[in-house]
Structure formats: structure tokens, C-alpha cells
Design a protein around this ligand. Structure first.
Ligand code: ATP
Ligand code: MG
Length: 411
């Protein structure tokens, strides 16, 4: 026998019995996002490597360790690890800055990161996300957070925790970075290797470290004092205050987390995550924030922006299994050509219909019908001769014989 080829580590098939949950995630995304004025955008799955190096940031784990990069015709290409950079590229390239603000876009699809596969972490996974361009006011931040919460509610997920923080603007953040570096300097040798590497280039990222020995260091009072100091400038403070007041007015529950900095380089002011207590250690379902400098950094005009992405596998693991849908009808007949005709008539009317293509025994066909359909449509010799169909309701076992053209009305 030929050797079996297996699925690649860190990737998964989405099998027919699981796909209805995915349809639900996608259907609700379209419905809820459309209510808020978002239009779907579909960008390519691979892009120039430089887009992510510049767009995600070369001090991030994503760019340093996690990208699937390959060469083709002397060009370096990368499978997208996230989709904000791709959407921003498209926004610039297609002149969307000329459209009246805000430009609201959403996407869904596969992302690729070379990470250690574990529960809640795959190498090919899926995200659904939104990006809003053109509005710097905190009402935009509030609307995208509200949108995330309402999308989750539409899926029946009401009890997730929204965490928010403000990273300030590049101006006030510089000062904060300096202070963090200063207070952590005596601890440098005790930090993990990743934190030591980030210390110079991206000191805020240290606060996000999941290593226990680093977490313990950040608990020290002198370090806590810096973390909890009000470092942000007046304008950023007002932006953050207004955001919180919108969220209060909208009854969006949130907690403030001063350690929330997010992995990506491009965020400023608002950052947020939505977490579930039912997900184990990979507990974040949604991450997002404001990224006012990204459009300019990727060559466009200065355009404020805010958005988020959710992990669809993690969402799925929080949802109850969806019952597979049954067929409307299964035709039981030993006359395949008549069964074909009836099936096509009913399909044209919008019903989901199958019949036995292998001409098995009547009893076998009835067994199959009772497993997979709501109704059995019996088309024996008598029925065919009289242009009738016997319609059997498979949950009540009630059976009626009707004119063939009335069949649809009975389903
Ligand atoms: P994490 O802290 O879980 O690594 P992240 O900060 O890297 O998340 P983002 O880049 O913000 O994640 O992506 C948004 C969401 O996408 C995450 O909250 C998570 O639900 C999902 N996600 C990210 N990486 C993976 C992965 N490797 N496998 C499955 N889902 C993922
Ligand atoms: Mg990650």
C-alpha cells in the first residue's frame, strides 16, 4: 500500500461535522458587522515580507520567530501572520483615504505563525477582525469594542472579560519606557532571555512576559509604582477617560490592566483584550487597539485607525456543538430516474433532498431516511403510476399520500 501522507503539525482539517459552527461564526460576523456599517475585504494570503517587517514590527515575536517566509523569483514572500498589515496595504494602494471617513472594513480567514502547537495554538489558525480608518476620537475606540462585545453576544458568549489600557502616544511613551528601563536595570540579569533581548528595543513588551520569574520581578513595589504611575500626557489621558465614559454609558463591563501592552509594535493609546476563564492558558479570544501611525509608516497619508482580531478556533471551543442539519427529505424508490426527477423538482423549490444512488433495498433506504432526513418520500410503482408521492414524517411516523406536485407543500 502507498504511504499515507498526514496533515502538517500545527494545522487541522475542519471536518464536515464541525463546519456548521464555522458557518455560524461567519454568518453572525456578516450580520453584526453589517449593522455597524462594515464592508468585507479579502486580501491575499501571502504578501511581501517587508510589509510585515515594517507593519507588524521587527521587535515582535511574530516577525522574529513566527513567520513562514519563502523566496520565489528572488522575492521574499510571507504567509500572513495577521491581517492588519495587509488591510492597511490595500487601504493605501486602493486610495481608500479619499473615501469619506470612517472607512470600516472586516475580514476573516487563515493566518500562519510558526509557534509551538498546543491547546488553543495552531500554526494555521483563523481570525475574524475589523479595522476602522479615519477617526481619532475615542468614540471610534468605544464603537469597535462594543462591536466585539456584541458579536460575542450574538454567539451566546456573554460572560467574557474585557481588559483595557492606554499606552499613550509616542511622546509620553518615551518617558515611560525610560522609567521602566531604569527601574528594571538592577534586575537585568534576572530577566529571561527574551526580556533581556527586548530590554533595549521594546521595553514595554517586558510587562507582557508570561515567564513566572519575570512576573515575580514585576510584582516588586518599586516596579509596581512605575507601572501604576500616570505617565500619559494630558491629551492621551483625556482620550482614555472619554473612552471609559463611553463604555460606562454603553454598559460595557471592563477592567483596567496596566500590564496589558499587546505584542505588536504599532499600537498607541487604546489597547484591549477579551478573555475567557474557560480557555485554560491560551485564554485571549480577542486582541486589538489603536494604531494611528501604521498607515503613515506603510507609505500612506497620516490616518488614525483602530481595530481588533479574534481567534476563531478559540471562539469555537467556547461554543456548544451545533446539531448537524438534517435533509428536508430522502426519497425512497427503486426507480432511480423518477427519484432523480422528483429530487430535482424539490431542489429547485429550495429543499435539501437526496435519494439512494445505488438502488439498495427499500428497507435499507427507509433506514437511511430515518437517520438523515425529516421526511421520507416514498415513490413506489403505485405512486409513480398514479403521479402521487407518499410523504412520511419521520419524527411522528404519520404518512399521507399526495399529488406529486403538492409534495413540497408537505415538507
Ligand atoms: P496570544 O497571546 O494568544 O499569543 P496574540 O497577542 O499573539 O495572542 P493576536 O495577534 O492579537 O494574538 O491575535 C488575536 C487573536 O488571535 C488572539 O487573541 C487569539 O485568539 C488568536 N490567535 C493568535 N495566535 C493564535 C494561534 N497561534 N493559534 C490560534 N489562535 C491564535
Ligand atoms: Mg502570540
Amino acid at each position: 500500500m502507498a504511504k499515507i501522507i498526514n496533515v502538517i503539525k500545527g494545522t487541522k482539517d475542519i471536518l464536515p461535522q464541525d463546519v456548521e459552527q464555522w458557518h455560524k461564526l461567519e454568518k453572525n460576523a456578516l450580520e453584526v458587522f453589517t449593522k455597524y456599517g462594515y464592508k468585507e475585504i479579502r486580501t491575499p494570503i501571502f504578501e511581501a515580507t517587508e510589509l510585515f517587517a515594517r507593519g507588524v514590527g521587527d521587535t515582535t515575536d511574530i516577525v522574529n520567530k513566527e513567520m513562514y517566509t519563502f523566496e520565489k523569483s528572488d522575492r521574499s514572500l510571507t504567509l500572513r501572520p495577521e491581517n492588519t498589515a495587509g488591510v492597511v496595504r490595500s487601504f493605501i494602494e486602493n486610495g481608500m483615504a479619499r473615501l469619506s471617513a470612517p472607512v470600516k472594513l472586516w475580514y476573516k480567514g487563515p493566518m500562519f505563525r510558526y509557534e509551538r502547537p498546543q491547546a488553543g495554538r495552531q500554526r494555521q489558525f483563523h481570525q475574524v477582525g475589523v479595522e476602522m480608518f479615519g477617526i481619532k476620537e475615542p468614540a471610534a475606540d468605544a464603537e469597535v469594542i462594543l462591536l466585539a462585545v456584541n458579536y460575542l453576544k450574538s454567539l451566546g458568549l456573554n460572560d467574557l472579560e474585557v481588559e483595557i489600557n492606554s499606552l499613550g502616544c509616542p511622546g509620553c511613551r518615551e518617558e515611560y519606557k525610560k522609567k521602566i528601563k531604569e527601574v528594571l536595570k538592577p534586575e537585568f540579569d534576572n530577566l529571561c532571555e527574551d526580556c533581556q533581548n527586548r530590554y533595549e528595543k521594546n521595553p514595554l513588551r517586558l510587562l507582557d512576559c508570561k515567564v513566572d520569574s519575570c512576573k515575580a520581578i514585576f510584582e516588586k513595589p518599586e516596579i509596581q509604582k512605575v507601572i501604576h504611575s500616570d505617565f500619559i500626557c494630558e491629551e492621551c489621558a483625556q482620550h482614555y477617560k472619554d473612552l471609559k465614559s463611553y463604555l460606562n454609558d454603553l454598559n460595557v463591563n471592563y477592567v483596567e490592566n496596566k500590564l496589558l501592552v499587546r505584542g505588536l509594535d504599532y499600537y498607541n493609546r487604546t489597547v484591549f483584550e477579551i478573555k475567557s476563564n474557560n480557555l485554560g492558558s491560551q485564554n485571549a479570544v480577542c486582541g486589538g487597539g489603536r494604531y494611528d501611525s501604521l498607515v503613515r509608516n506603510l507609505g500612506g497619508d497620516d490616518t488614525p485607525a483602530v481595530g481588533w482580531a479574534m481567534g476563531m478556533e478559540r471562539l469555537n471551543s467556547l461554543l456548544p456543538a451545533v446539531e448537524p442539519k438534517k435533509l428536508d427529505a430522502y426519497i425512497v424508490s427503486n426507480n432511480s430516474s423518477e427519484a432523480f426527477k422528483l429530487a430535482e423538482e424539490l431542489r429547485a423549490q429550495g429543499f435539501n433532498v437526496e435519494f439512494d444512488l445505488a438502488n439498495k433495498k427499500f428497507t435499507k433506504q427507509l433506514e437511511k431516511a430515518s437517520k438523515c432526513a425529516r421526511f421520507a418520500l416514498i415513490l413506489g410503482e403505485d405512486e409513480i403510476n398514479a403521479d402521487k408521492v407518499s410523504v412520511k414524517n419521520l419524527s411522528t411516523s404519520e404518512q399521507v399520500t399526495v399529488d406529486r406536485k403538492e409534495t413540497g407543500a408537505k415538507l
